[in-house]
Design a protein around this ligand. Sequence first.
Ligand code: HEC
Length: 307
Amino acid sequence: MVRIIAFFVGLGFAGVLLWSFVVNLYDNITEPPAPTAEHEFHREPKELHLASDGPFGKWDKAQLQRGFQVYKEVCAACHSLERVAFRDLAGLGYNEAEIKAIAKSYDVPSINPDTGEPATRKGIPADYFPKPYANETAGRAANNNAYPPDLSLITKAREGGAAYIYSLLTGYQNQPTELLKQFPDVKTPEGLHYNPYFANLNIAMPKPIVSDGQVTYGEGAPAATVDQMAKDVSAFLVWTAEPKLVNRHRAGMAVLIFLIMATVLGYMAYQNIWASAKRKVAPKGPLDPDNQAKREAAKAEAGGIAG
Ligand code: HEC
C-alpha cells in the first residue's frame, strides 16, 4: 500500500515539474524576456599582457614600483590596502632603508600612552597600510554612499583580474546615444559615471586616472600616459593579491621536472632489474629443440627397422 501511495506522490511531483517546464518554455518562446541595457552594452575586459603571466612569468619590478606609486598617489585617497605591510614592499625590489622611509611617510593609528586617546604615529616596516577612512560609514559618506573596496585581493575577487581593473580604469566614457535611444529611462544617475566594463554600467568611482603625467615617473620609466599608469597599477594589484605567484610557478616547474626525471629513472631501473629475468631461456640437453628433433628422427628410424 505504502509503495503505491509513494508511487503516486512521485508521479505527482514529476507531473508538476514537467508542467512548469512546458509552461515556462512556452512563455519564453511567445514572450522572450526584454533585453536590458546591461545585457546589451556591458563589455568584456580588454586584453592585458603582463610580465607575470603564465608559468614562466616573472615580476617586472620596475613596473610594480610604478604601479605602487600610482596606488599611493591616486588610489590610496579612497582605497585601503589592508593586507599589505610596508615590509612586504621588499618584494618590489626596495631595500630596507627605502622601506623604512616609505613607512615613515605614513601616519598609522595608535594610542596616546598618557591619555589613552586615539592618536597617530609614524609608520614602521611592520605596519600595514593605513586605511583612508575611519570606518565604512565614513567611506560611504564621502563617496555617494558607495564604499571603495579594499584593493589587496581585488584582482582575485573580480572576473578578468588585472585585465578587468585595467579596462575599468581606461573605460570611462559618455553614455552612448545608442543606449539612450534604446533604453530612454536608464540615464546614468547624478553622481555616478558611465563605464561599460562595470557590471551595471554606472559606477560611483569618478575616473581616477584622468590625464597623462598625473603621476611623475622617475628616470628611465616609460611616459606616464593614462594607459601606462592603468597598466602599472593593475600589475601592482596582481602582486598585492599574490606576492608569491612567481615563486609558486617556479616551484611547480621544479616539481614537474623532478617528476619527469623520476619517471625516466624508474623506467630505466625497471628495465635493468628485469633484464636477466626476461632474457629468453635457451633450453639445453634433452629439451633443446634440435636434440628433440634428432631424437624423434632416431625413434622413427628405429621404429621403421622394427616394423
Ligand atoms: C575618489 C575616490 C576614489 C579613488 C581616488 C579611486 N577609487 Fe576606486 N572606487 C571608488 C568607489 C566609491 C568605488 C565603489 C564603486 C561602486 O561600487 O559603484 C570604487 C571601486 C573600485 C573598484 C571595484 C570595482 C568593482 O568591480 O566593484 C576598483 C577595482 C577600483 N575602484 C580601483 C581603483 C584604482 C586602481 C584606483 C587608483 C588608480 C582607484 N580605484 C581610485 C572610489 C575611488
